[in-house]
Design a protein around this ligand. Structure first.
Ligand code: ZN
Length: 480
């Protein structure tokens, strides 16, 4: 069975890093118009609050991949429904004294809409690159990624993610590859360049002959992770062949085998502390992005809440110290979901998400399996949606999804004819949560930061400017 049904990247846009020639003239002018300044604008001379330990020792960059502000809003509303009106950890951070908030512009060197490779590269090397490239600049230079330079500067390093460790966002912190799809190369670089703690999925890209050549402590289950003692050897956690499961599916069946993001984050912090030197860590809730590509409100909400728990874990860890800059953000918007029903109808509709048990991946896996066994597909769609979400589709709705699975066009917006988009639209009739498209968007995104150095983040910040700030802490020198 394929691991996921939804494409992880846009289907109707040109392949990453290339433009159709008919657009090239336009693109050239456009690129110039949207390019970031080569040098970061100095922070505005705002009143700064002097504080003890104003030079951070450590930096933690927390990234929920592909989070439009609607995703943060809805996850916060779901948190309130679950916890007697209490706000989510991320949103509660905004009350914290000294917290800095900014809006981040996420465009890449060649587009308004970035992909995750270009977005994370902007943080890693403080430069914008073309979509699809990982630490390769448009003029073909290969600057060393942030974790390589951090290590050379005597820092400990960590990557924690719910995706494959070789996926674009973690990859951009450690690897140089012209295309993000070169995941075997990324795995080799990750091992050779020696990240002190690397936890996530992607086991299939780390063959035994690669692992056996290096001194590593490799763990594959939650129990092995918990038992791992901090030591000199880098800790490599590979908990699944592909991505870790969506939180909704993980907690139903697989909690013993696959740790959640907050758990991995706490253990990574324990190992980093044992190193007794400054560190830089990136924590990624990587599958929020996948759920948004798939227009899957349940997958999105519960993974965003799992990320929120990891934010809580980091805030709790940092509570007694004043030496760590924590930045919580996303690399770009995705599909811009939102609650669209007015008044009590909207509250009632949204509350149905409390009963969700499975992702769209799970639904489509079951439906396809039934169809392969000769069962009626619209009936299977109806039945598995009910099991996964408690929602009863009407006959027309199940049939519309079935037609989309036959590649019939059912939506005027071409991008919205993928079966998962049609299922997402059908589900919006019941939950009120509607999506814009299956693609990333160019929206400004939220940045929340606390700890020493947070006040230096401009309140309108380019992603490569934010990268320059992270780099200064992570390597002790300015990246540009
Ligand atoms: Zn994406």
């Amino acid at each position: 069975m394929p691991e996921t049904r939804a494409p992880l990247e846009p289907v109707a846009t040109p392949p990453a890093g290339r433009h159709p020639s008919r657009r090239s003239v336009l693109a050239a002018g456009f690129a110039a118009a949207i390019a970031a300044p080569a040098v970061a604008a100095p922070p505005r001379p705002v009143a700064r609050v002097p504080r003890a330990g104003a030079t951070p020792r450590n930096v933690i960059l927390m990234v929920t991949d592909g989070m439009s502000i609607g995703t943060l809003t809805l996850a916060d509303e779901l948190h309130r429904l679950m916890h007697q009106g209490e706000r989510s950890r991320w949103v509660k951070l905004w009350d914290k004294p000294g917290v800095r908030r900014a809006l981040q512009r996420t465009n890449s060197a060649d587009g308004l809409v970035t992909d995750s490779a270009a977005a994370a590269t902007a943080w890693s090397i403080a430069q914008k690159v073309n979509n699809g490239a990982i630490n390769i600049t448009p003029d073909n230079r290969q600057p060393e990624p942030i974790l390589v330079r951090a290590k050379a500067a005597g820092r400990a390093t960590a990557l924690v993610t719910t995706t494959r460790l070789t996926h674009a966002t973690p990859a951009a912190f450690i690897a140089n590859v012209p295309r993000r799809s070169l995941e075997d190369d990324i795995a080799r670089q990750l091992v050779e360049r020696s990240v002190d703690v690397a936890l996530g999925g992607g086991r299939r890209h780390f063959p035994e002959d690669l692992l056996s050549k290096h001194r590593l402590q490799t763990v594959r289950t939650t129990a092995e992770l918990e038992a791992a003692e901090p030591g000199d050897e880098p800790l490599l956690g590979l908990f699944r062949n592909g991505h870790l499961r969506y939180e909704l599916d993980r907690r139903s069946f697989f909690a013993e085998r696959e740790p959640d993001l907050a758990h991995m984050t706490r253990i990574a912090l324990r190992h980093l502390e044992a190193k007794d030197k400054p560190f830089v860590m990136q924590v990624e809730g990587g599958r929020v992005d996948h759920a948004c590509h798939g227009n899957d409100a349940g997958g999105m909400l519960y993974d965003q809440l799992a990320f929120d728990a990891a934010v809580g874990a980091v805030e709790d860890w940092a509570a007694e110290r004043d030496d760590t800059l924590v930045i919580v953000t996303t690399d770009h918007g995705n599909a811009n979901p939102g609650q669209t029903f007015y008044g009590p109808t909207g509250i009632e509709a949204f509350a149905k998400t409390l009963a969700f048990k499975h992702s769209f991946d799970w639904i489509f896996d079951q439906v396809n399996e039934d169809a392969e066994n000769g069962r009626d597909r619209p009936e299977a769609i109806h039945r598995h949606v009910r099991t996964a979400t408690g929602i009863e589709l009407d006959e027309t709705e199940a049939e519309t999804v079935d037609r989309a699975m036959n590649r019939e066009r059912v939506s005027p917006f071409r991008l919205m004819n993928a079966p998962w988009c049609v299922l997402g639209s059908v589900m919006a009739n019941h939950t009120g949560v509607a999506f814009l498209s299956p693609n990333h968007t160019s929206d400004l995104v939220e940045v929340t930061a606390f700890g020493p150095g947070a006040e230096a983040i401009p309140q309108y910040v380019e992603n490569d400017q934010l990268g320059a700030i992270v780099n200064r802490v992570a390597t002790g020198v300015s990246a540009r």
